[in-house]
Design a protein around this ligand. Structure first.
Ligand code: OSB
Ligand code: MG
Length: 375
């Protein structure tokens, strides 16, 4: 039985410029800024990435808040609990903290990485991966013109991406998507509204329903299920929920209510990999297709997402795109898309990748060490 003792956890913020601005209905980003955690467990080190952003726009958490929550509550609780022989102990030790799922997920990921490295096992094998390569899609930000969006899409299709997701917002929706559909009649297309609409927009979704989309992601409220159920009843196109699914309990409720027919799983959004596997299991039992979303992660979070994407029942291409789609220089050796639109799942111990020391150095700020407090 593998057992590790976490001695300290280092929190740092990293900033990586994006190759192009990423615009969604909730804002525009030109730089990826996130917390990176390094767990020191003596002989082994573990890495975890927090999917919170600079501001609480996609979800309720944000970088500075996640840092304080980790430094003050989550990390001390894990340190105080002593040796770890099962990663589920991390979940148990931080259960008393309500919410803060993105911060919890980052810590769980870093401890799990260290624990797996100590035992020489890969994350992919730990979660039950059944594939060595996974099909990948790409998420396309809102552009100032349809032509600019089409240029970007053609570039991605030439690289092999198997599904294109268009971000939409009120005023840039049916017309834009209709033009893309006209130009690309056979490309698997989806849209993601990031909760920008209300039930009053139902006619708009009925128009989108005519465009042969693979799915419509999170059209309505970020914490809603019932409005989505009413909308889904009027559409042939599956609704996919992202923001609304915070845990496996939500996933079951959403499916039973008919609020969605597809689920986007993001380990960071649901509080960690263990909960993500429960969301996956709940969906699979109910015959609901799932795929692995993304949050513009660096190579650290990307490695985790790719391991999840290799599970059975992950039947749709994920937002697990290549490093070059996001960054000129990733934190890790770059993840590369094969021309057939698939990417390799890391197979080394733990998450299978580590930050490159010079890249880490160049992109880090505000390094903080949290150690066990003297009793
Ligand atoms: O809603 O899926 C989303 C990025 C940041 C925050 C939310 C979302 C996204 C994406 C990009 O769509 C996915 C990716 O390529 O990482
Ligand atoms: Mg989404």
């Amino acid at each position: 039985m593998t057992e590790i003792t976490v001695r300290s956890v280092e929190l740092r913020e990293v900033g990586l410029p994006l190759v192009r601005p990423f615009r969604t209905s909730f804002g525009e980003e030109t730089e990826k800024r996130c917390l990176l955690l390094r767990v020191d467990a003596g002989d082994v080190t573990g890495w975890g990435e927090c999917v919170a952003d600079v501001e609480p726009r996609y979800g309720e958490e944000w970088n500075d808040g996640a840092r304080v929550c980790l430094a003050r509550f989550l990390v001390p609780s894990v340190l105080a609990g002593g040796p770890i022989s099962d990663p589920a102990q991390v979940t148990e030790r931080v259960r008393w903290v309500r919410g803060h799922r993105m911060a919890k997920a980052a810590l769980e990921m870093a401890v799990l990485d260290a624990w797996l490295r100590a035992g020489g096992a890969s994350l992919a094998s730990y979660v039950g991966a059944v594939r060595e390569r996974v099909p990948c899609g790409v998420s396309v930000g809102i552009a100032s013109t349809v032509d600019a969006m089409l240029d970007e899409i053609h570039g991605y299709l030439a690289k092999g991406y198997r599904r294109v997701k268009l971000k939409i917002e009120p005023g840039r929706d049916v017309e834009v998507v209709g033009r893309v559909r006209d130009e690309l009649p056979d490309t698997p297309l989806s849209v993601d509204a990031n909760a920008a609409y209300t039930p009053a927009d139902t006619p708009l979704f009925e128009a989108l329903d005519e465009l042969g989309l693979v799915m419509i992601e999170q059209p309505l409220g970020h914490d809603d299920l019932t409005d989505h159920a009413r909308l889904q009843a009027r559409l042939r196109t599956p609704i996919c929920l992202d923001e609304s699914i915070r845990n496996a309990h939500d996933a079951v409720a959403a499916v039973e209510l008919g609020a969605c027919r597809v689920i986007n799983i993001k380990p960071g959004r649901v509080g960690g990999l263990l909960e993500a596997t429960r969301v996956h299991g709940a969906a699979r039992e109910r015959g609901v297709p799932v795929w692995i979303g993304g949050m513009l992660e660096t190579g650290i979070g990307r490695a985790t997402n790719l391991a999840m994407a290799a599970l059975p029942g992950v039947t749709m291409p994920g937002d697990t795109s290549a490093s070059e789609r996001y960054f000129h220089h990733d934190l890790t050796p770059p993840f590369v898309l094969d021309p057939d639109g698939t990417m390799a799942v890391p197979s080394g111990p733990g998450i299978g990748v580590e930050p490159l020391p010079d890249r880490l150095e160049a992109s880090s700020s505000g390094i903080q060490l949290v150690e066990r407090s003297a009793e």
